[in-house]
Design a protein around this ligand. Structure first.
Ligand SMILES: *[C@@H]1O[C@H](CO)[C@@H](O)[C@H](O)[C@H]1NC(C)=O
Length: 222
């Protein structure tokens, strides 16, 4: 009986670890003190007595963003850096704007699963699983009102293949999910990764690698 209980307790503990993304909080809230010099995992809390509604507020997500760039897309992040009250709460948001044929290039959120809903337009989206078993692509065309999930840590992308602008809102299971844009990290690393290494890794000749490394790899995240 005791062993049975212990087993259940351990199981509950294990599953709570498996489903939580950011660590769970130990108080109602911990509004980030973004100015503090104390470095912790996340941000230190400002005095809860000084917390205001403004600490939990952001405005302007209704405004279309400028997509007149190389990628034809613009991601507006609304995470702990924009809303300090999100500190320790394990959740954040983003608005995605796409020009016709604009792309949010293959990227990873190292710390969060993403759930995206299309508000306007048509998006071709997808994610790719880990090497084991087989880098399987899961892809879908989303219309207004459709929702799609990109599991934590997997490479994914969104492409507007409609003739009109597209807009989506994404929620992410981290106060600070992070973004690693694959091409930027690989070909735009500073200082650059050895072109010998990249030529071998990507089955390219060094000239092509040098050309890729000379490109401007823009970040569409704001
Ligand atoms: C995104 O849009 C905002 C406002 O429209 C603009 O200030 C910003 O430069 C744009 N970012 C990119 C990467 O184009």
């Amino acid at each position: 009986m005791a062993a049975h209980f212990l087993f259940l307790a351990l199981l509950a503990l294990a599953s709570s670890h498996a489903i939580a993304s950011d660590p769970s909080q130990l108080q109602d809230f911990c509004v980030a003190d973004l100015e503090s010099n104390v470095l912790v995992n996340g941000f230190v809390c400002k005095d809860p007595k000084l917390a205001k509604a403004e600490d939990f507020f952001f405005s302007g997500l209704d405004k279309p963003r400028d997509t007149g760039n190389k990628l034809g897309s613009n991601v507006t992040q609304v995470n702990v850096n924009q809303i300090p009250g999100l500190n320790t709460l394990g959740i954040s948001l983003a608005r995605l704007d796409f020009a016709p044929y604009g792309v949010n290039p293959p990227h990873i959120h190292p710390r969060g699963t993403e759930i995206l809903t299309v508000l306007e337009g048509t998006l071709h989206v997808g994610f790719v699983t880990s090497n084991n078993p087989n880098n399987q692509l899961f892809t879908k065309v989303l219309n207004k009102g459709d929702v799609f999930v990109f599991p934590q840590g997997l490479i994914h992308f969104q492409f507007n293949y409609g003739k009109t602008n597209a807009v989506a809102i994404a929620a992410l299971s981290s106060q600070n999910p992070g973004v690693i844009t694959i091409a930027n990290a690989v070909f735009g690393a500073k200082p650059p990764i050895s072109d010998y290494v990249l030529a071998k890794a990507f089955q390219l000749d060094k000239k092509t690698v040098d050309w890729l490394q000379a490109q401007f790899w823009m970040d569409n995240n704001n």
